[in-house]
Design a protein. Structure first.
Length: 76
C-alpha cells in the first residue's frame, strides 16, 4: 500500500521497539529532507511521519515465510 511500508527487522530482544521505530523514522526523514529540500520548507512545524506504528512478532514463523509475505502484501 502506498501509505505504509513493511520492515522485517531482527534486533536484540532488549532493544526498545519504540526506539527502533523512532530511529527508522528519523533516518528516513533526514534523508527525505536532504534529497527534497522543498519538503522541509513545506513541512515546517509539521511532523513528516504519523506517530503511530504497528509492531508484530514472527513467533514460530520462519524468516523465509515472512520474507515471502511482505512482497505479497505489496500486490494488494
Amino acid at each position: 500500500m502506498s501509505d505504509h511500508i513493511h520492515l522485517f527487522v531482527q534486533r536484540n530482544p532488549f532493544d526498545s521497539p519504540t526506539k527502533i521505530v523512532k530511529t527508522f523514522k528519523g533516518i528516513a526523514a533526514n534523508r527525505a529532507f536532504r534529497k527534497l529540500p522543498d519538503l522541509r520548507r513545506k513541512m515546517w512545524k509539521v511532523k513528516l511521519w504519523s506517530p503511530s506504528y504497528y509492531i508484530g512478532t514472527a513467533g514460530h514463523v520462519s524468516s523465509e515465510n515472512v520474507e515471502r509475505y511482505i512482497p505479497e502484501q505489496e500486490k494488494h
